[in-house]
Design a protein around this ligand. Structure first.
Ligand code: UFG
Length: 341
């Protein structure tokens, strides 16, 4: 059974690749390594094709044997950058996958698991968020993900493609054995920056806004452990293999955690002190994002089991406190197939 994982050298992708390789899949990763890391793919039997989704030579290699399912992560995901460079986001997140989809159609490959996001909801009218709420993204990143959802629905109508749109809430944490984790460059996410501040690697953590209409005035999010996200992909593949129809599924816990609560929990778990500075709100941040994850349980039989916020913070801290400081080495035992350009 062969699965193509695009963006499999990225943060969530690499944890999912590991889960699929352990389950015995023949995993082929397509990743251009712009943000992904060769060393994040630690299973030597996984094949990495370094290149773009719209490169026919890469696709020729990926489809050199019959492919059962495609799991699609490859995307840019910096919300702020998407506002200043929208074309980059529409090109990479929307246009490039069209070539992959055309090849899937030609190869009669009709199962697709898609990394979507809670950013497709924009500022939701109700909380917690159910999948049927209106989707009104407030930035090109969320828009590009929503547009691909629409494309996938049209492909279902036209040629029977079946997709699961996994709408992630705030992905967080690192693998439980500390072997792979979060390494973004630049890093903008709360948890790695809190850890860096706690470890004295940066002066402080700036808390973006303390006047939100939330219990303590700071933003509330729904943090979901990256290994819980990985297991959801595996269950989505099973759902499609069992003949499931196209469906959107929220992946979160439904448990609210504010920025202040997260920092206090980190201090409690690690004994470190985190210097904080309250600053203005970050443009585009919704006050609160919380999933209603019941559909994931009903349809996929999935629920979060590692996403207690203390567990998330402990696993993230373990990754960042290793000698490599949460950064991947440049080398890996990974077998790479370089395609002549
Ligand atoms: N925050 C701070 N200080 C920081 C960084 C973040 O106070 O230095 C706050 C943010 O304002 C937000 C919370 O911490 O309230 C979480 O911020 P992150 O940047 O870690 O995550 P986001 O909620 O902004 O973004 C995540 C994903 C995006 C996705 C978005 C959907 O990373 O890919 O959720 O809203 F688009």
């Amino acid at each position: 059974m062969r699965v193509i994982v695009t963006g499999g050298a990225g943060y969530i992708g690499s944890h999912t690749v590991r889960e699929l390789a352990r389950a015995g899949w023949d995993v082929v990763v397509i990743d251009n390594l712009v943000y992904g890391h060769r060393a994040a793919i630690i299973d030597p039997e996984v094949t990495l094709l370094e290149g773009s989704l719209d490169d026919q030579k890469i696709l020729d290699q990926a489809f050199s044997k019959p492919v059962d399912v495609v799991v699609h992560f490859a995307a840019y995901a910096y919300v702020g950058e998407s506002v200043t460079e929208p074309l980059k986001y529409y090109q990479n997140n929307l246009a490039a996958p069209l070539t992959l989809l055309a090849r899937m159609k030609a190869e009669n490959c009709t199962r697709f698991v898609f990394s979507s996001t809670c950013a497709t909801y924009g500022i939701p009218e109700e909380m917690p968020i159910v999948e049927t709420l209106a989707q009104n993204p407030i930035n090109p990143y969320g828009q590009s993900k929503l547009m691909l959802e629409k494309v996938l629905q049209d492909c279902e109508t036209a040629w029977g493609l079946k997709s699961v749109f996994l709408r992630y809430f705030n992905a967080a944490g690192s693998s439980s054995d500390g072997k792979i984790g979060e390494d973004h460059n630049p890093e903008t996410h709360l948890i790695p920056l809190v850890i860096a501040a706690g470890m004295g690697k940066r002066k402080d953590i700036k808390i973006f806004g303390s006047d939100y209409p939330t219990p303590d005035g700071t933003c509330v999010r729904d943090y979901i452990h990256v290994e819980d996200l990985a297991s959801a992909h595996s269950k989505a593949i099973t759902y499609l293999s069992d003949g499931g129809d196209t469906i959107a599924v929220n992946l979160g816990t439904g448990i609210p955690v504010s920025v202040n609560e997260l920092i206090q929990t980190f201090e409690k778990v690690t004994g470190l002190k985190v210097p904080v500075q309250y600053t203005d709100r970050r443009p585009g941040d919704p006050p609160e994002l919380l999933a209603d994850p019941s559909r994931a349980k009903e349809v996929l039989g999935w629920q979060a089991v590692n996403s207690d916020i203390s567990n998330i913070l402990e696993s993230a801290y373990r990754w960042f406190s290793q000698p490599h400081g949460g950064k991947y080495e440049s080398n890996s035992p990974q077998k790479t197939t370089d395609v002549e350009k």
